[in-house]
Design a protein around this ligand. Structure first.
Ligand code: SF4
Length: 340
């Protein structure tokens, strides 16, 4: 019988996700539906469904966005997702006449800039990330072919072929497991004596790091951990992995409808956390569900770290908004509100 629910803090939306959703909602408010979004704005099925209901259309290919009609002053508004995109794609979108707004998280943009800078300085880049995830695809698009290679983990270091060993740097995807990346970096340093680190030692973002630290503490105090997040979400998957590294059974679920009541057998304390792209109302729904099947259960917060980061909206949204009366009024209202 479950007696206690522990809620990890921090959990859920990070500053980059908050900003990306704000970009789409603001674009819908200023330019009106439909607003096109290249790829899921963030990797969460509920966020995508909620935005679709408001008028966002998610596309994987630029051909799915209608071209401007002859004589039309402005093309479709196209938002690029928080994960980042290759620069060639953004250029192509602009060439097609779309009004482009880039919602890439500033911490992913930081890695794009590092990749460009070190490739320009003649370094060969070893990038640690997940094959097929949009974030590595975006970063790798920043540098000439042959100047970067992707590895997923330490097991790929032994047979890795690089064109030079004197100018080497590693970079990484922002949402990986802290312990996995550390192992991979250790293996790279052991094999390549001259490899250098990026300025921040690694590129794991504060939100990933904080949520994993909190999830580890949560797992130590729980008999079962439930992680709210979609299976496509890299950082949510890592929260489940971290909990299991602590020896606590953990499941990744989109919402309470995916929970199997048999998981609660022999469990006294259920820990709950959520990925950086998961809305808080899903946590509330899960808590209500557990309370319903376990009357009398107590709910406690587990405050591990404080997080107060906020990112401003992208300049290209503000510049596009200023092209209309409605948008200019919105920008002024937003500027005044953010200065309070
Ligand atoms: S998880 Fe990190 S990199 Fe990704 S959007 Fe959030 S803050 Fe940015």
């Amino acid at each position: 019988m479950v007696r206690k629910i522990l809620l990890a803090k921090p959990r859920g939306f990070c500053a980059g996700v908050d900003r990306a959703i704000d970009v789409v909602e603001t674009a819908l408010e200023i330019f009106a539906a439909p607003i096109y979004v290249k790829h899921a704005i963030v990797h969460n099925v509920h966020v995508v469904e909620d935005l679709e209901k408001k008028g966002a259309i998610f596309v994987e290919d630029l051909d799915e966005v209608p071209p401007p009609k002859a004589g039309q002053a402005a093309g479709a508004v196209l938002v690029f997702s928080a994960h980042g995109s290759p620069p060639q794609l953004k250029e192509e979108a602009k060439k097609r006449g779309f009004r482009v707004i880039d919602a890439t998280c500033p911490l992913v943009t930081k890695v794009h800039l590092e990749a460009k800078r070190y490739a320009n300085e003649g370094y060969f880049i070893i990038y640690i990330g997940h094959r097929g995830h949009p974030e590595p695809i975006g970063v790798m698009g920043e540098v000439p072919e042959g100047s970067i290679v992707l590895i997923e983990d330490a097991s790929e270091v032994k047979d890795l072929k690089v064109p030079q060993e004197d100018k080497l740097i590693y970079l990484n995807q922002t949402t990986l497991s802290l312990s996995d990346v550390k192992n991979t970096i250790d293996a790279l340093k052991a094999r390549f004596a001259k490899i250098i680190a990026p300025p921040t030692v690694w590129d794991i973002c504060f939100a990933t790091s904080n949520r994993q630290t909190a999830a580890r503490e949560l797992a130590k105090k729980s008999d079962l951990v439930l992680v709210i997040g979609s299976k496509t979400s890299s950082n949510s998957n890592r929260l489940r992995d971290v909990s299991e590294e602590e020896g606590t059974k953990a499941y990744l679920v989109d919402d309470e409808t995916m929970v199997d009541p048999s998981w609660f057998s022999g469990v006294e304390t259920v820990g709950i956390t959520s990925g950086a792209s998961a809305p808080e109302y899903l946590v509330d729904n899960l808590v209500e569900y557990i309370k319903k099947v376990n009357p009398g259960v107590e709910v406690e917060n587990l405050d591990v770290l404080k997080e107060e980061v906020k990112f401003p909206l992208p300049d290209d949204l503000v510049l596009l908004a200023r092209q209309s009366e409605k948008g200019t009024a919105w920008v002024e209202k937003h500027r005044v509100a953010s200065q309070r």
